[in-house]
Design a protein. Structure first.
Length: 396
């Protein structure tokens, strides 16, 4: 890690995935104290109207839309504003490579890998929300961090909690980390019930309001499985030293066990603005208008072990992490395809994990030495997972 990140203000900021749940909450924090920030670039995929409105409000130097066909719309909306417009996958990568001191990696899925890598390679402070990037190319990203001396700032609430609780700690003193999980909307349902749930029911997370993909991942607990892999990369923990604890209130965002028997936790309202603010202000803390936690009002904090039978995703992710090489890349790609197929009504809820498992079994694992290797494996696994989805569809 670089010793002294700049605390100069205004801080120049780029937000990849500005129209998403994480991107918007980041911009909300910027709007709470706009003099502290200067926006370099905002990117989005297809929601051109929203991107243009955000650009007109926050005045980046450039706004980039992923879908090339939407460039004329973006140009028209930004005409006369002095804000440059660009489009396409390469333009998003170029936006990430522009010299912003701080970058929010807020794109969902492996689609965020190349832009996030571009920000890492130029040594930026990278706020890491896009966990799929670390899952599918963790070793390559960490090698790039070591070379460029970029700073990775964990944004996922659990990893941000661990980041806070281990600040100043010696690695040798940390025995394990404990990721908390709300348990999702189906924590108390039977497997029979779960076989019939609709995308709407699966999207209705009991605690957090998030984008569609992570909402489904939270319902299958695949999100927690991906977070085990994320924790391995962010904190250098072995798979066996990463525990999962179901905590339905989502007040304790994660814990760390130290070798003297102490545990440290970070608590807060379930509000992503808090971990985003920790990254946005780093190394300082910044004020937020997040609701202050009232533990008397909360009254009770509950904990239980995860049910590994109803939620096989945790074991699938642990297996992928133990195997390593391309296994986490295959897992992530298959899950992205399966979640999209479930949201489109093509497969049932329980078939998400089945698709992932079958795809992992069908592809031979190999070492991935470059970003191109990862992208090729990602594509291969997506195609194989799609075949699996078609097979399941025909069975119905
Ligand atoms: P979202 O679906 O709300 O937003 C995703 C953003 O990525 C949008 O701006 C979209 O335009 C952009 N995007 C999607 N596909 C793209 C593509 N192919 N190319 C370029 N841009 C693309 O998702 P979200 O909930 O904000 O999640 C973003 C990331 O943060 C995910 O990796 C998620 O796991 C992680 N995360 C989210 C939360 C949360 O509370 N939402 C919490 C923890 C971690
Ligand atoms: Mg999380």
């Amino acid at each position: 890690m670089r010793e002294a990140p700049s605390t100069e203000r205004p801080r120049s900021v780029t937000i990849l995935g500005a129209t998403g749940s994480i991107g918007r909450q980041t911009l909300n924090l910027v709007a709470e104290d706009p003099a502290q920030y200067r926006i370099e670039a905002l990117t989005a995929f297809k929601r051109v109207d929203e991107l243009a409105s955000l650009a007109l409000e926050h005045r980046p130097k450039i706004a980039v839309i992923g879908d090339d066909a939407l460039l004329p719309d973006l140009r028209e909306r930004l005409a006369g504003s002095g804000i440059a417009a660009a489009a396409g996958r390469n333009a998003i990568i170029e936006a990430a490579a522009r010299p912003a001191e701080w970058v929010m990696a807020g794109i969902v899925g492996a689609a965020g890998l190349e832009p996030t890598m571009a920000a890492v390679q130029r040594g930026a402070m990278v706020a890491f929300a896009n966990k799929e990037c670390l899952v599918c190319a963790g070793d390559l990203l960490l090698a790039a961090v070591a070379e460029s001396r970029a700073i990775l700032l964990p944004v996922d609430s659990e990893h941000n909690a661990i980041f806070q609780a281990t600040r100043g700690a010696r690695a040798a003193d940390i025995e394990s980390v404990v990721l908390t999980a709300s348990g999702g909307p189906f924590r108390l349902q039977t497997l029979d019930d779960m076989a019939r749930v609709t995308p709407q029911q699966a999207m209705a997370h009991p605690v957090w309001s998030m984008g569609p993909k992570i909402s489904i991942d939270s319902a299958t607990l695949m999100n927690k499985g991906l977070e085990i892999i994320e924790a391995h990369y962010l904190f250098g923990m072995q798979e066996s030293a990463i525990e999962v604890l179901v905590h339905p209130q989502s007040i304790i965002h994660s814990l760390v066990r130290f070798r003297d028997g102490s545990m440290l936790a970070q608590l807060g309202e379930p509000d992503m603005r808090i971990p985003i603010a920790y990254a946005l202000g780093w190394p300082r803390r910044i004020r937020t208008s997040a609701h202050r936690l009232d533990l008397v009002e909360v009254g009770r904090l509950e904990f239980e072990a995860p049910d590994l039978t109803r939620f096989p995703s945790l074991s699938i992710c642990r297996r992928a992490l133990r195997i390593k090489d391309g296994a986490p890349t295959i897992l992530n790609a298959a899950n992205e395809v399966a979640v999209a197929a479930f949201l489109d009504g093509r497969i049932g809820f329980l078939e998400i994990c089945l698709t992932v498992e079958n795809t992992m079994d069908a592809i031979s694992n190999r070492t991935l030495d470059s970003l191109d290797d990862v992208l090729a494996m990602n594509e291969e696994a997506r195609c194989r997972a799609d075949e699996e989805v078609q097979r399941l569809e025909r069975r119905v």
